[in-house]
Design a protein around this ligand. Structure first.
Ligand code: FE
Length: 175
């Protein structure tokens, strides 16, 4: 096919097949879900909503929702985390800054912190991309538990089975 103008070429889709080893894409129309059941309970006043559970490279992308006075337990990251605050406000007990709506946060490898949502914030939602593992620790670093992409998948399966969406509901987010 002969392309006659620059505009025509710019608007021509890539003509070759994608690599056959490539995974399929994920498109989530309502990332902040209308169906409450999509939120997976994680702790008191804390839920997550899976978006990409990357079992093949060991990371996950989710929305974290914390309601009034919620706390995400103290944990250590051996790998980097990226966060984008969609709603509300939160801070870490270990830092003097506050993550505000519209803000971006980078958590470097080696960070140990405790996420708190202030009493005056009804609801906080933040998109987090978490690599590897979250190691839950006591105030002196002694491990008390962990989460990785596989425990996330497992928690999704249990919750989606219990709430009626079905254990296969999580499959659309796994790559
Ligand atoms: Fe963290």
């Amino acid at each position: 096919m002969a392309l006659h103008t620059k505009d025509e070429e710019a608007r021509t889709p890539y003509q070759l097949p994608m690599p056959k080893e490539a995974a399929s894409d994920i498109v989530v129309p309502n990332a902040i879900p209308e169906d409450e059941r999509v939120w997976v309970p994680q702790a008191e006043n804390v839920w997550f909503r899976p978006l990409c559970l990357n079992a093949s490279t060991g990371y996950w992308v989710n929305l974290l929702r914390v309601r009034k006075s919620g706390v995400l337990s103290r944990h250590r990251h051996p790998n980097a985390v990226h966060g984008f605050v969609l709603k509300g406000r939160w801070f870490y007990l270990e830092h003097d800054w506050v993550a505000e709506e519209g803000g971006y946060v980078y958590e470097p490898p080696g960070e140990t912190h405790t996420l708190v949502v202030p009493d005056d914030v009804e609801e906080m939602i933040t998109l987090f991309q978490v690599n590897g593992v979250m190691s839950y620790v006591d105030p002196y670093g002694k491990p008390t538990g962990y989460e990785d992409v596989f425990t996330k998948i497992d928690n999704c399966r249990k919750h989606y089975t219990a709430c009626g969406l079905g254990e296969d509901y999580v499959d659309q987010f796994i790559r």
